[in-house]
Design a protein around this ligand. Sequence first.
Ligand code: RFL
Ligand code: PHB
Length: 405
Amino acid sequence: MTQQSDRTQVAIIGGGPSGLLLSHILSENGIDSVVLERQSKAYVLSRIRAGLLEAGTVQLLRDYGLAERMDENGKSKDGSWITRQGLDSHFIDTHKWTGKRMMVYGQTEITEDLYDARERAGGNILNEVADVALHEVTSDKPHVTYTKDGQSYRLECDYIAGCDGFHGVSRKTIPADILRCYERAYPFGWLGIMAEVPPLPDLVYAYHERGFALASQRNRLLSRYYIQCPLSDSVLDWSDDRFWEELLARFPADVAAEIETGPSIEKSIAPLRSFVAEPMQYGRLFLAGDAAHIVPPTGAKGLNLAASDVHYLSRGLVEQIKSDRPTHLQRYSELALRRVWSSENFSWRMTQMMHVFPDMNGFDSKIQHNSYELLLQNEAHQRALAEEYVGLPFEELDALTLTAA
Ligand code: RFL
Ligand code: PHB
């Protein structure tokens, strides 16, 4: 079979939020890219995932002209509630402590906005490609091969961005003796449902001895709820009635009384994992988003980290390609990983504080209880939580120099 050849400046593997956002920002800077996505557009747009955007992600989307629908339909938030059985509730007041607000706007909507923007600009997104393989990534002439509709293709490029999520091929291209992986799997999952009922006014994270619960939302008439569940459970074990009964039992009575229940329109179980792969660069391959790291959703950091990776990576690529200045690109992995580890740390602490761990002993429970009491009593803890929750600022390169000094 003959192979057709094409060329682009940046080959982007994966058309989730990382890949699409990178392709959009590069295009705004006059740089050409091709996005290779394994799934159909309809499938990508049907995946229900993140819902809460950090202030920095909101700003990034505004800076690149991607915020029209978000500013119209998203819901700006001054903070979120956190509760613990038997203790007072606490409002994580991001606006009071940081002057910044977060935004409730679904990942599904962002992905749709990104597709629209790329399509309007004549961007090249190839859906339903198979057998993607990366070649000669340590040379200055890398290329990618793939098949589509039974035809095989070769895509020459200057750089490759691995934006293909946790299960993608890009990270696996980095040799085992170079790639270091750090991982923690948690002994439970989150059972999530979407229901067409009005949500609570704010997000509420709840700890209860029966397990964690979260009340979230997508819009005025669409609610998103989660409960911690055993990993061995399947969605078939959870009728809507059982889900609602369990959810309501985990919130304080006054919060539960406000929750409107109704038939679910989606139900799924996601395992919780912390994972980081280092380095995020190998030759001319750069990893971004879930391809390089996973956080448990408790801190709402996954999509936001994908956005900050893309911010750092696009800056490096633009400087290198347009001005032949390599500094930001060469230090991409170092700079991105600082933020990644801060978010990993935060997500791990939030998960630790808010869930029931099957192997917890009395000492662990006391420490967990104390972490929450410190939060209620101590303004320094409240401010620290608010700063991390709203999102740490994007750093400049001199942050690395300061650490090294
Ligand atoms: P994605 O979204 O996984 O996209 C990767 C894309 O690559 C494609 N792909 C391939 N394409 C070509 N060839 C291959 N061999 C390929 N292999 C894979 C895939 O089809 C896919 O389209 O990664 P990306 O772009 O880095 O985006 C990351 C985010 O999706 C993720 O971090 C968030 O959804 C995490 N997350 C949350 N993040 C937040 O910031 N705030 C939240 O409130 C939040 N809530 C959540 C979440 C994730 C959840 N789940 C289901 C894991 C809630 C949940 C329940
Ligand atoms: C969501 O709405 O899906 C969501 C919100 C906050 C989180 C995790 C998930 O911490």
